[in-house]
Design a protein around this ligand. Structure first.
Ligand SMILES: Cc1cc2nc3c(=O)[nH]c(=O)nc-3n(C[C@H](O)[C@H](O)[C@H](O)COP(=O)(O)OP(=O)(O)OC[C@H]3O[C@@H](n4cnc5c(N)ncnc54)[C@H](O)[C@@H]3O)c2cc1C
Ligand SMILES: NC(=O)c1ccc[n+]([C@@H]2O[C@H](COP(=O)([O-])OP(=O)(O)OC[C@H]3O[C@@H](n4cnc5c(N)ncnc54)[C@H](O)[C@@H]3O)[C@@H](O)[C@H]2O)c1
Length: 473
């Protein structure tokens, strides 16, 4: 194939979760499609350095915590020093299975795959620098999906660069884990990594700029998680402003920060910087194609269409959420809408994103999960809602579990009592939340949820308590 002369119906830039979903959908729409991916390894962030490897390490931490807490259940088990080489070896084995499968899917001939970095030279043309160092290629297409993902962002903090730090990418391959770690940030990545470290017995200090962990989530959820992490021995400082990072004479890494009018400092063997990610648009020259960016993110409509109508986007590069199932849905809608555009279908027929059921899950211990709107958003939007919660430590099956922290919460429309949101901090939160997703998908009221049979004794039956309270309100 002489790629330089090829013209496609759709060119997808990026072969991660969003890009692959776009490509397979485009093929089913009958579009002649090419995927261009510049990574060293095929698979995308979720498989290689995101969801799957992080959850593999966390699974080891969770099992170590079960061993540590065996005595509560009348059992004797001694938690030895975790074998981090074996933990990483298990992760590598599983991830190579997942990535091999994705690489097969990308190379099974349904669409062309070009391994190289792409950038726009005009609204219908890409210049591609092949990974193998060959000659520059020119790829032209009638439509495009930008699905180039995101990279780790490291803000300018005095002394951080000189002192040195690790990122989530490093943690996922860290065979020799230091005994003490300072985690910068209080988002999902920071807290999941902090949980992994603490779970395998390391001393962890979390430093978060905002007054609460998990900015954007309800404070009662974040504060309950913080209490639980602190009860297991983690040190957590919220409402901080970092002043200086330096190396001590003993070779430790030291962070000095302001915390509620006090200047404090903490030391540890390593610093993990988990202060967010930035969209991969830096080298794309998207502006050459008339694509508007906002703080580097591709600006998209609900039809995932950019300011240039034949260029769509999906995943972390556009957001608004950096969540893999949404990257996939955006990729599918991008390809479907591109096919509609090329067929001349009216824009009114385009598939639109709907974030009514937006879901978020954090795989700490306890876990945190939410769907729909939360109390902060209800207040911002001026929505009249009824909110009811129920604690796990007053619920039979949870008490059998040994659960001390957490609750479930339901938010319903004050008039119709339709469920508008739900959240959990507690055991199996990322599984439990799906009952509310299903209820909300069918626009159930709290009363309807309360009357659906729930087996006893299960964790799931806890939902019936706030549901009954809302129904009776
Ligand atoms: C540690 C961690 C844990 C996470 N855990 C979860 C979780 O539990 N649940 C969840 O929902 N989400 C999680 N996420 C987020 C999730 O991984 C991402 O939202 C998702 O993988 C993004 O997919 P994507 O298709 O947008 O990007 P990617 O999968 O990153 O794909 C982008 C591809 O484009 C390529 N590319 C970039 N620029 C170019 C270019 N110019 N030319 C050609 N190719 C290019 C890249 O090399 C890459 O292969 C996690 C993220 C991290 C970092
Ligand atoms: N379980 C999951 O679903 C999961 C897990 C990991 C990551 N992710 C996704 O990956 C994305 C990135 O995660 P993340 O945790 O890196 O980002 P994030 O944006 O959620 O958190 C970054 C944190 O760093 C803080 N911060 C940023 N700049 C700072 C500065 N200069 N000084 C001090 N604090 C600063 C922010 O206040 C925030 O608390 C998330 O949006 C999330 O959707 C999801």
């Amino acid at each position: 194939m002489n790629q330089s002369t090829n013209t496609y119906d759709l060119a997808v830039i990026g072969g991660g979760s969003g890009g692959y979903a776009a490509a397979r959908t485009a093929v089913s729409e009958g579009l002649k499609t090419v995927v261009i991916d510049g990574a060293d390894e095929l698979g995308g962030l979720c498989i290689l350095r995101g969801c799957m490897p992080s959850k593999t390490l966390i699974e080891s931490a969770n099992r170590n915590i079960v061993i540590r807490e065996a005595e509560e259940f009348g059992l004797r088990a001694e938690a030895g020093e975790p074998d981090t080489h074996s933990i990483i070896a298990r992760k590598r084995r599983l991830i190579s299975e997942f990535s091999d499968y994705r690489a097969e899917q990308l190379q099974d001939g349904r669409f062309d795959l070009i391994r190289g970095h792409a950038r726009f030279t005009d609204p219908h043309t890409l210049e591609v620098k092949p990974r193998d160092g060959g000659e520059l290629l020119t790829v032209s297409a009638k439509s495009f999906v930008i699905a180039t993902g995101s990279s780790i962002a490291v803000p300018d903090i005095p002394g951080l660069e000189e002192t040195g730090y690790v990122t989530s990418d490093d943690v996922l391959d860290q065979e020799d884990v230091p005994d003490s770690i300072i985690v910068l940030g209080g988002g999902a990545i920071a807290l999941e990594m902090a949980h992994y470290y603490e779970g395998i017995g390391k001393k962890v200090t979390v430093i978060q700029r905002s007054e609460h962990l998990l900015s954007g989530m309800d404070h009662d959820l974040a504060d309950t998680l913080q209490e639980a992490l602190e009860a297991r021995g983690m040190q957590v400082f919220c409402g901080t402003s970092i002043q200086q990072v330096e190396t001590t004479a003993e070779g430790m890494k030291k962070i000095t920060f302001d915390h509620h009018d006090q200047s404090l400092s903490v030391e540890a063997a390593e610093i993990l910087c988990a202060l967010g990610r930035k969209p991969n648009t830096g080298h794309l020259q998207a502006e050459q194609a008339g694509v508007d960016l906002d703080k580097g993110k591709v600006v998209i409509s609900k039809a995932v269409q950019s300011s240039c109508p034949h260029i769509f986007a999906a995943g972390d590069v556009c957001g608004p959420y950096e969540i893999v199932h949404l990257a996939i849905e955006q990729g599918e809608k991008a390809a479907t809408n591109a096919a509609k555009l090329l067929r001349g279908d009216p824009e009114s027929s385009f598939q639109l994103m709907d974030y009514r059921l937006k879901l978020y899950g954090i795989f700490t211990e306890p876990q945190v999960a939410s769907v729909g709107i939360n109390e902060l958003e209800a207040e911002e939007e001026g929505k009249k809602v009824i909110v009811e919660s129920y604690p796990f430590n007053d619920h039979g099956k949870s008490m059998v579990h040994g659960t001390e922290h957490g609750f479930v919460k339901l938010i319903a429309d004050a008039e119709t009592k339709e469920i508008l949101g739900g959240s959990v901090v507690g055991p199996e939160a990322t599984e439990l939340i799906h009952e509310i997703v299903v209820a909300m998908a069918f626009r159930a009221t709290a009363g309807q949820l309360a009357t659906i049979p729930h087996y006893h004794p299960t964790l799931s039956e806890i939902w019936t308590y706030p549901a009954e309270d809302i129904a009776d309100a």
